[in-house]
Design a protein around this ligand. Structure first.
Ligand code: DQA
Length: 146
């Protein structure tokens, strides 16, 4: 395992029920399978990751504070919070280490309310539209930065 700090891969609301959502948009993996995929991808890149999911804005903000204090790089799929949570944005803005925003789907190709991300402006970059591979691509990009 590389000497770099643990990357926190944080996931927002409803991603725990991935397999019950529209499979044309989100594919057929459940969250446990997505988590396995992220771990396998991280291992291949010699990266240390921890994957978490919460439906609670409060909990996600707490995790971002933890990442700020621990100087952990963060890969964040804020799910629907992407589009309106200024509180998550403000917490993300305090991260001293890189932040990459990820989405399974391509929000820009979907309903208009998904075209706004209040998170993108405080992230190093955003990767969306590649299904689970969005996370793998984010890990590759993160490896370059840390
Ligand atoms: C999502 C896209 C969001 O618009 C949506 O609310 C989600 C998942 C994605 O990964 O494609 O819950 O973040």
């Amino acid at each position: 395992m590389s000497g770099s700090r643990k990357i926190l891969v944080l996931n927002g609301p409803n991603l725990d029920r991935l397999d019950l959502r529209d499979s044309l948009i989100y594919g057929s993996m459940n969250f446990a399978q997505l988590t396995d995929f992220i771990f396998t991808s991280a291992k291949a890149l010699d990266l240390n990751v921890e994957v978490r999911q919460s439906n609670s804005e409060v909990e996600i903000i707490g995790w971002l504070h933890e990442a700020a204090d621990g100087e952990n790089p963060v890969i964040l799929n804020p799910a629907a919070f992407t589009h309106y949570s200024y509180a998550i944005r403000d917490a993300a803005a305090m991260l001293p280490s890189p932040l990459i925003e990820v989405h399974l789907s391509n929000p820009l190709a979907r309903e208009e309310f998904r075209h706004t991300s209040v998170i993108s402006g405080v992230a190093q970059g955003t990767i969306g539209g590649f299904g689970p591979d969005s996370y793998r691509l984010a890990l590759i990009a993160m490896k370059e930065m840390i």
